[in-house]
Structure formats: structure tokens, C-alpha cells
Design a protein around this ligand. Structure first.
Ligand SMILES: *[C@@H]1O[C@H](CO)[C@@H](O)[C@H](O)[C@H]1NC(C)=O
Ligand SMILES: *[C@@H]1O[C@H](CO)[C@@H](O)[C@H](O)[C@H]1NC(C)=O
Ligand SMILES: *[C@@H]1O[C@H](CO)[C@@H](O)[C@H](O)[C@H]1NC(C)=O
Ligand SMILES: *[C@@H]1O[C@H](CO)[C@@H](O)[C@H](O)[C@H]1NC(C)=O
Ligand SMILES: *[C@@H]1O[C@H](CO)[C@@H](O)[C@H](O)[C@H]1NC(C)=O
Ligand SMILES: *[C@@H]1O[C@H](CO)[C@@H](O)[C@H](O)[C@H]1NC(C)=O
Length: 496
């Protein structure tokens, strides 16, 4: 009997929460740079000045204690920095992308129990854990030409790696996949992932990592530096949703990787949207291409991870502090097709520029839940969740329906998404907060004639015209989100 219970407990402890693409599709992700999010003791003191390169003290236990802050904004998943043991140089190790031993954890972030506790705390809240993984390379503290391969585990021999060469031509795919990132004095030794022995190691590792720590999804770093054929078996071994980083503006190139893995990061939309929203002079044509190209070229637009900031790119507010522009960009990436990803600190309107300035310690802003963008993002997550649920009884789901542009001019774009009768109409512009007020004439809004609609960010009601026309007034450059008013019944939205 005792034996039986014991056996049952062992089984239970091995149950992974492992989540599939279908389960991730409805989620909303908060991206955490582990070293910069929260400390175990909750302290918020220096040292960690802007641009600091080295460990600032963030930990997994720190994250566990701050889940209210994240969930309070409406997120139901987090993505954390790579978790494995790093090279000893702290200026290269604090972010987690410089692995030395993939079977050992980064003790600066905590121990095995801390990571398991984080996963459990997330699951208790029905939140998912996404872990960043880096199968493309290891890192070496020393010169490339004198790399000591015996310092790596388990890839402890030169034969696991590509010959030394550095990428200088980012149009040459062979070079991107075969040569090394970094440089002679800060090399990232590039694994030859075409070799069966390398693939076997990675597949064995990812399977046990996901199992040991109950991981629900993985974000695959520098996926474009690995040949596509690596991913089907790696993804299968992981057994969870895999989101690849293909850091390219070119939709065709980025979407190609989605034929080999579940999802990709939305770099095409990142470039087009930030380019449009950060400059009031930019015109909308790139935005139109973003819809068309992604829809035509990506296997599944609902599994593209859409974002406007991350730890590699300057923050939006480093270009402009205009609140209307930032809100338009947030609305765009959160309500278009795909899984929204918000990078820690966006909610506090942080404005760090190029890496490392964009990796501010979040504790310095005091986790202010009254911040304007904290509340704005919370509202957008709630809107997305509501429209997903309202459309869930319909033939077409909100999530798998494709957004289509129903109106555009040089500075305004309106797109409809969702099934007829439960669609949402999002109207964005890049005129900025100082723009005068003006009225748009959206001839074919997509709403049925005479539908009473409500603009969800202001709770303003209007009625659609006889032929489906909507004539919204853009006020001080703010974005708008229209939805049938009758669908608010039974919700607390706009005091229906
Ligand atoms: C490392 O490479 C740099 C640049 O090529 C060179 O100046 C330096 O002498 C090298 N150091 C060693 C220890 O080989
Ligand atoms: C691409 O890069 C590889 C590796 O560096 C090189 O051998 C090849 O000549 C390059 N191809 C072109 C077209 O430049
Ligand atoms: C997972 O746990 C097993 C059993 O303790 C261990 O052998 C394996 O190395 C662990 N895997 C990772 C990636 O830590
Ligand atoms: C989108 O497609 C158009 C037309 O084929 C092309 O000119 C443009 O470069 C593409 N844009 C991106 C970002 O891929
Ligand atoms: C932001 O706007 C500036 C000025 O127009 C432009 O040069 C820059 O490329 C834009 N940034 C992005 C990421 O598009
Ligand atoms: C735009 O509309 C808002 C809200 O109605 C009003 O407060 C503001 O004064 C208007 N701005 C201009 C320039 O007319």
C-alpha cells in the first residue's frame, strides 16, 4: 500500500504541464530578463545603473514573488532568460545567452528547487512557463582561435563544432548557419547542428529539461543561425510549443522557419509597426504589406509572437515619448493575429536605447500598478480575452480568423478580426497626441448595418450606418477598438 502511494507520487511529480500550440494560441506573454526583474529579498537598491553589464541580482525566486504584478496586467504566460550555467565573465553571462554547461543551472538565478517552485507557482495560477533555449552555440571566455572545447558540457570536443569563421555577410544563408556569432575576442562557438551526435545531445537535453522543470513552451534563440531541418526533431523532443527567433524584416525568410517549427517571433511586424508608429511622417504602406505578406507567407499567423520591444532592440520610448503613438503600437501588436508579447518595463514606459541600455532593472520603477501603460496593457489583455471567449461558440474562432484591412489612408489603418457578429475593429494611426481631431469614413467596416457598436477604450457608443459605414472621430491621435455593444452583456465592460 505504502509502496503504491509512493509510486503514485513519483508519477505525479513527473507529470508535465507541457502545452501545445493550440493551448498557447490564446495566451499573452510577458517577457522577463531574469537578472533584471526581481531579487529574492525584494530589495530595490543599487548597483544596477542604466547600461550596467553584469549581474544585478534578479532571480527565479524573485519572479515567483512578483507574479501578482504580472498576472495583474492580464498575462497568462511568462518567458524567462536561458536557465543554464554560463561562462564566468559577468558582462557576457548576466543575460543567459553564453552557455558553458547545459546540464547545470545558472546559480546566480537560483537552484533547481527555485526553478521548480516558479513553474509550480505559475501553474497554480493557470499561467505558463516559457524558457529561452540556445541550441545554436556555446560561449567561450577567451579568443576564438584558442577555444578550449574541453570546458563545454556535453559538447566537450572540437568535433561538435563548426570551423571558426565569423558572420559578416547577413545575406549569405550558408554563412549565417555555419559561421560563428560574436568575434575573435568574444566568441560564440557554433555547434554543427547537422551532425547526428549534436542533434542527439540536444534532443535528449531538451526533453529532460522540459520534464524536470515542467516547462510549457520554449523560445529558441538565434533560430535563423541553425539549418531548418534541425527543428522538427528538436521540437518533437521538447514536446511543447516552440517559438523561434528569426530576426529578419523579410517576411518570406522569417515565415519559412514556421514550416519547421510551431511559431516564430514577429520581426516583420516589429520592424514595420515601430517604423510607422515612431514617426508621424511615416506612411502606412509598410503596414499594409505586413498584413498581406504575413498572411500569405506564414503557415499560421496565430502562432507568430508579436512584439514591439525586446532585450535586443531600443525601447519604443527611446524614439518618442508620445503617449498616443506608443498606445497605437501596443494596440496593433496585441490585437492583430498572433500571440502578444510585452517586454518587461514597457508597462512603466521605460526608454532605454540600444542594448544594454534597454535592459533596465524593473525594480527601479517600483512595480507601479498605477502607471498609465500598466493599466492600458491590462485593458488590452482583458479585451483580447473577452473577444476570444465571446467568439468561442462561433464557427470561426477569433484566434484563427485572419485580420483584414478594411480601411487605410496615409496615416490611418483599420483592421477587422474575428467571426461575423463577434468581430473587433481596430483603428490605429500615427498622427500623435498633438494632432487635431478628425473623422474617418470607413465605408465597409465589416459590421452589419445598424449595429450598435462601442469603442472599448472610452466606452463611447455609435451606430453603424445603413450600408455598414462607420465614421469614428480620432481624438488626439488615440487608437480605437470597436465591438458590438450587445456582446458586452454579462460582462462588466462599459457598465453594460
Ligand atoms: C586575442 O585576439 C586579439 C585580437 O585578435 C589579440 O590582440 C590578442 O593578443 C589575443 N589574445 C591572446 C591571448 O591570444
Ligand atoms: C557564403 O559564405 C560561405 C561561408 O563563408 C562562403 O564559402 C561562400 O562563398 C559565400 N557565398 C557567397 C555567394 O558569397
Ligand atoms: C533532469 O533530471 C534527471 C534526473 O535527475 C537528470 O539526470 C538530468 O540530467 C536532468 N536534465 C537536465 C537538463 O537538467
Ligand atoms: C512584402 O511583399 C512585397 C510585395 O511582394 C515586397 O515588395 C516587400 O518587400 C515585402 N515586405 C516584406 C517585409 O517582406
Ligand atoms: C524610428 O524612426 C526613425 C526616424 O524616422 C527611423 O530612422 C527609425 O528607423 C525608426 N525605428 C524603427 C525601429 O523603425
Ligand atoms: C479633441 O477632442 C477632445 C475630446 O473631445 C477635446 O478635449 C480636444 O480639445 C479636441 N482637440 C482639438 C484640437 O479640437
Amino acid at each position: 500500500m505504502i509502496h503504491g502511494i509512493f509510486y503514485y507520487l513519483i508519477l505525479l511529480s513527473n507529470v508535465t504541464y507541457a502545452a501545445t500550440s493550440t493551448q498557447w494560441r490564446s495566451r499573452s506573454i510577458y517577457q522577463i530578463l531574469t537578472d533584471r526583474f526581481a531579487r529574492t529579498d525584494g530589495s530595490t537598491t543599487a548597483p544596477c545603473e542604466p547600461g550596467y553589464e553584469g549581474f544585478c541580482g534578479g532571480t527565479w525566486a524573485g519572479i515567483t514573488q512578483k507574479l501578482d504584478y504580472i498576472q495583474g496586467m492580464g498575462f497568462d504566460a511568462i518567458w524567462i532568460s536561458p536557465v543554464v550555467e554560463q561562462v564566468s565573465n559577468p558582462t557576457r553571462a548576466y543575460h543567459g545567452y553564453c552557455a558553458k554547461n547545459i546540464y547545470s543551472l545558472n546559480d546566480k538565478f537560483g537552484n533547481k528547487d527555485d526553478l521548480k517552485t516558479l513553474a509550480k507557482a505559475l501553474h497554480d495560477r493557470d499561467m505558463y512557463l516559457m524558457v529561452d533555449v540556445v541550441p545554436n552555440h556555446m560561449a567561450f571566455d577567451g579568443n576564438a582561435t584558442t577555444t578550449d572545447y574541453s570546458t563545454f558540457y556535453p559538447f566537450n570536443d572540437r568535433s561538435f563544432f563548426h570551423q571558426v569563421c565569423f558572420i559578416y555577410d547577413w545575406t549569405n544563408v550558408t554563412q549565417i548557419q555555419r559561421c560563428w556569432l560574436g568575434g575573435e575576442t568574444n566568441p560564440l562557438p557554433d555547434l554543427d547542428t547537422t551532425l547526428p551526435k549534436v542533434r542527439t545531445e540536444w534532443n535528449t537535453w531538451i526533453k529532460s529539461l522540459v520534464t524536470n522543470y515542467s516547462i510549457d513552451g520554449i523560445r529558441v534563440d538565434t533560430a535563423q543561425n541553425i539549418e531548418e531541418s534541425f527543428f522538427p526533431t528538436f521540437g518533437k523532443a521538447a514536446g511543447v510549443f516552440a517559438l523561434g527567433e528569426v530576426a529578419s524584416y523579410y517576411t518570406q525568410y522569417a515565415c519559412n522557419y514556421q514550416r519547421y517549427m510551431d511559431g516564430i517571433l514577429g520581426y516583420p511586424a516589429y520592424y514595420t509597426s515601430v517604423w510607422f508608429f515612431n514617426d508621424t511622417r511615416a506612411q502606412s504602406y509598410n503596414m499594409l504589406y505586413d498584413f498581406k505578406n504575413t498572411s500569405a507567407l506564414c503557415r499560421d499567423t496565430s502562432l507568430v509572437g508579436e512584439f514591439m520591444e525586446n532585450h535586443d532592440k531600443p525601447r519604443f520610448a527611446s524614439y518618442t515619448d508620445d503617449m498616443s503613438l506608443v498606445k497605437n503600437n501596443i494596440v496593433y501588436i496585441m490585437l492583430k493575429d498572433g500571440i502578444p508579447i510585452i517586454y518587461q518595463g514597457q508597462e512603466q514606459h521605460l526608454k532605454g536605447g540600444e542594448d544594454p541600455l534597454n535592459r533596465e532593472a524593473i525594480w527601479l520603477s517600483g512595480y507601479n500598478t498605477d502607471a498609465e501603460l500598466y493599466k492600458f496593457i491590462k485593458k488590452l489583455n482583458a479585451i483580447r480575452k473577452m473577444v476570444i471567449i465571446k467568439a468561442s461558440t462561433m464557427v470561426t474562432s477569433f484566434l484563427t480568423s485572419k485580420a483584414t484591412v478594411v480601411y487605410y489612408d496615409a496615416h490611418n489603418v483599420a483592421f477587422a478580426k474575428g467571426p461575423a457578429g463577434a468581430m473587433i475593429l481596430t483603428v490605429v494611426n500615427n498622427n500623435g497626441a498633438k494632432a487635431g481631431n478628425y473623422t474617418l469614413k470607413i465605408e465597409k467596416s465589416g459590421f452589419a448595418p445598424l449595429t450598435e457598436v462601442v469603442e472599448l477604450l472610452t466606452c463611447t457608443r455609435t451606430t453603424v450606418g445603413q450600408s455598414g459605414t462607420l465614421t469614428p472621430t480620432v481624438t488626439e491621435g488615440r487608437p480605437m477598438v470597436f465591438y458590438p455593444y450587445n456582446l458586452l452583456e454579462g460582462t462588466s465592460w462599459c457598465e453594460h
